[in-house]
Design a protein around this ligand. Structure first.
Ligand code: PHE
Length: 357
């Protein structure tokens, strides 16, 4: 028995990996291991012999088992030590770079526009992009079959045959929010409504989805003069050009009377657009005094109240402010071009400077 003891304790001490330890365990105390076989022989012994051999064998088995366990733990610690000394992190290495995101110019410009109008007491209103044709057309004094409906290149939502609900459209302008805002808060009211609008049109200055900002002010004595002042204040702040010249051209919209399209002064120098100088004009919005029928459709009494409204292309004024030649660049292309145009996230709101002058 002493031979067995020496044999296994030495072998365990010499083992250098867990597989060897497992082989030793099977050979010594496994089902057919040497020590196990010896224990089976106990039955054939005389009681006196057994009294000596039994406890000795049990002690030997325990001793081998604990030697195996101790060695296994020691091997594990050694392996961990080895890994710890080989693998290490250089925490002084520079971190892997992450591409920096920037706010989309349309979002940035929208924020700028909102802040300027907020300073003039306008609050923000919203409406759905999938609009029914009552809000998009009828309530705005564009009855069915009116030729103005065609001017809008409308996207109509699909209707199954036999589905007789009123047609829904992708709103062609933000003007339906005029009606929704009047319904919600009545008069007097001063709101702007930024958002996406859709028309089936695509070229250098038109994309099927674009952004507008609607403005509306209703009161007992709101006039065209207020419209002109508000817009001139806005352009001066937005383009950061004091006294920027605007031109109001008589126009026609079914929902305003009188109506005006508004241009701002600009020039082209070497293919570069310059705002606020020269003798060219760039159209930026449609506007006018709200038609009495529109006030009525919104539940506002046209005998008591009057108001102005305007609708401006956000993408268009962003192009002008930042000198971006092709509207499609906003939505089609890799936004790395933004850097080229000097866009940074809303860092110093340019409008705050414009207004404090
Ligand atoms: N809704 C008009 C358009 O999209 C713009 C507009 C708005 C004109 C409000 C007058 C008053 O062209």
């Amino acid at each position: 028995m002493d031979d067995l003891r020496q044999k296994y304790l030495e072998a365990v001490a010499a083992a250098t990996d867990e597989a060897t330890l497992e082989d030793l365990r099977v050979a010594a105390v496994g089902k057919k291991g040497e020590i196990s076989l010896k224990m089976r022989e106990l039955g054939k012994m005389t009681p006196e012999e057994r009294q000596v051999a039994g406890p000795a064998l049990n002690a030997l088995k325990d001793e081998v088992n604990s030697a195996l366990a101790a060695k296994k733990e020691a091997l594990g610690d050694a392996a961990l030590d080895a890994r710890l000394s080989e693998e290490w992190l250089d925490v002084t290495l520079p971190a892997r770079g992450r591409p920096e995101g920037t706010i989309h110019p349309v979002s940035q410009v929208t924020e700028e526009v909102i802040a300027i109008f907020a300073d003039m007491g306008f609050s923000v209103a919203e409406g759905p992009q999938i609009e029914n044709d009552f809000y998009n057309f009828d309530a705005l004094n564009i009855p069915p079959h009116h030729p103005a409906r065609q001017e809008f290149d409308t996207f109509y939502m699909h209707r199954d045959e036999g589905d007789n609900r009123p047609p829904h459209v992708l709103r062609t302008h933000t003007s339906p929010v005029q009606i929704r805002a009047m319904e919600k808060t009545g008069a007097p009211i001063r709101v702007i409504a930024p958002g996406r609008v859709y028309r089936s049109d695509y070229d250098q200055t038109h994309t099927p989805m674009f952004h507008q900002i609607e403005g509306m002010a209703i009161g007992e004595d709101i006039s065209m003069a207020n419209l002109k002042w508000v817009l001139e204040e806005f352009f001066a702040a937005f383009f950061e050009i004091d006294g920027i010249k605007t031109r109001f051209r008589a126009s026609h919209f079914p929902f305003t009377e009188p109506s005006a399209e508004v241009d701002i002064q600009c020039s082209w120098v070497d293919g570069q657009l310059r705002i606020g100088e020269g003798d060219g004009w760039m159209e930026v919005l449609g506007s006018g005094m709200m038609h009495p029928k529109v006030l009525q459709a919104g539940g506002v009494d046209p005998e008591k109240y009057q108001g102005f409204a305007f609708g401006m292309g956000i993408d268009r004024i962003a192009m002008l402010k930042y000198g971006i030649p092709d509207l499609r660049a906003f939505f089609d292309s890799d936004l790395r071009w933004l850097r080229h145009y000097g866009f940074s996230a809303l860092d110093v709101p340019t409008l705050a400077r414009g207004l404090s002058k």
